[in-house]
Design a protein around this ligand. Structure first.
Ligand code: DI6
Ligand code: FE
Length: 407
């Protein structure tokens, strides 16, 4: 039988990231990959290619193909920037102090509330085009700079539209419990009532969110408050995830595990008991070296404990205007190695396979395997470790989302 492909990539080295292939990076050298109807239809060594016909053949000339990158934790949509806050922090003000004084997240909330949808879309897409030029084909986008129903919906609408028009897969996350809005000053439980009784039901009804997130921290919300948010999410059938143990140990991770969360994110202050609870709940640890770096954190997430207990480690940019103004997934790979002690192979897995897992997308993307979406990045490199090694100087040759090239 002759196989039919829409596109065939030949003479490629494939970093499949498929753990069933017993080679570093799941590599297949001198490989070929056939695409049909937006999916991977054949993958293997060139010498094993069966008889085929291809509408298009793409000679990769020994370049490396990786799965399209999955950025599983971003706050891509926001208005303005916080460069002045960056200056203040360099002079010694802390992130917490700035937040308590009404700066930080709240200053972005004010700007985001004031901006119309088209402006938010435009700015987010500029950042996104940077990310796509470094291999991103799937991105999670959180709300959380609205903190009222109208603006939270506005942000999620923008995220959904990006997924429709920008040749990228978007997962949306409702992050109403990100910070306490000024109009609820000293009334955090009343705000949580609003999140649980008004926002989550409405957003669920509109189908605007794939998951619900919260920020469990002494400058944000307590475990008791997040528990209420998770219960409301559960009632509407929405999976949960959590910003947990980022600046201090609050117990958010165990709470998230109790609710069968997809992931817990940041995790600098997590302990072994928490890690065990994640392993038991089948959660992914989403590590965010960009925020660690910008906040000059010194406590590292315990990656040996994640390895020991078999908790998958995903990586993401955490792109946001405060703690991680970063649109470069490649820089994140480098930081994960230099700051956290990842191997380059773990780093690449973190931005592909494990990122997909943390979004519940393992069946669709994150590795190069038959039947998965043809989400690919093609790199002018001689070895996949180069993706973690260079800061700059890595050229992406092409990027395909569902078999469609991004120009
Ligand atoms: N943790 C973070 O790293 C971002 N949000 C959060 O809960 C920071 C958001 C910001 O500073 O604007
Ligand atoms: Fe975040």
């Amino acid at each position: 039988m002759t196989l039919q492909f829409d596109t065939l990539f030949i003479n490629a080295n494939l970093a499949t990231m498929n753990p069933d292939i017993d080679a570093p990076y799941g590599a297949i050298e001198n490989g070929a990959l056939g695409v049909k109807n937006g999916r991977i239809a054949w993958i293997g060594a060139v010498r094993d290619l069966p008889e085929y016909r291809a509408s298009k053949t793409h000679d990769c000339d020994n370049a490396w193909i990786t799965p399209g990158f999955v950025d599983c934790h971003t706050h891509l949509i926001f208005e303005g920037n916080r460069a002045k806050e960056f200056e203040a922090r360099l002079k010694g003000d802390s992130y917490e102090k700035i937040a308590k004084a009404g700066g930080g997240i709240i200053s972005t909330v004010n700007a985001t509330r004031a901006m119309r949808e088209s402006g938010l879309y435009h700015d987010a897409v500029l950042r996104l085009s940077d990310m796509k030029s470094q291999g991103i084909t799937t991105i999670e986008i959180k709300s959380g700079y609205g903190l009222n129903l109208e603006t939270e919906i506005k942000m999620l609408n923008v995220a959904k539209k990006i997924g429709e028009y920008e040749n990228v897969r978007v997962c949306t996350t409702f992050l109403g419990a990100h910070a306490l809005p000024p109009e609820y000053k000293d009334r955090p439980d009343d705000y949580i009532d609003l999140v649980c009784n008004d926002m989550i039901p409405k957003i669920a009804e509109l189908g605007l969110a794939d998951a619900v997130d919260g920020f469990c921290e002494n400058i944000a919300f307590s475990t008791a408050q997040i528990r209420r948010v998770f219960k409301a999410a559960q009632k509407y059938g929405l999976p949960v995830k959590l910003h947990a143990e980022q600046l201090s140990h609050q117990g958010g991770t165990k709470l998230a595990a109790e609710f069968g969360a997809l992931s817990a994110d940041h995790l600098e202050y997590i302990d072994e008991d928490d890690v065990k609870s994640m392993a038991k709940a089948g959660m992914v640890a989403v590590l965010l070296p960009g925020a660690f770096y910008y906040l000059k954190e010194t406590q590292k997430p315990p990656i040996d404990l994640f390895r020991k207990h078999g908790v998958p480690m995903a990586l993401a940019t955490d792109c946001n205007p405060g703690s991680s103004p970063i649109t470069s997934p490649l820089l994140i790979l480098n930081m994960a190695c230099t700051l956290f002690g990842f191997t380059p192979e773990e780093a690449l897995a973190g931005m592909t396979r494990e990122g997909a897992k943390s979004l519940g997308l393992s069946q669709k993307t994150g590795t190069l395997e038959i039947n998965k979406s043809a989400d690919l990045a093609i790199w002018a490199i001689e070895h996949p470790a180069e993706l973690s090694y260079w800061v700059g100087n890595v050229t992406i040759l092409n990027r395909f989302y569902q078999g469609k090239e991004y120009e």
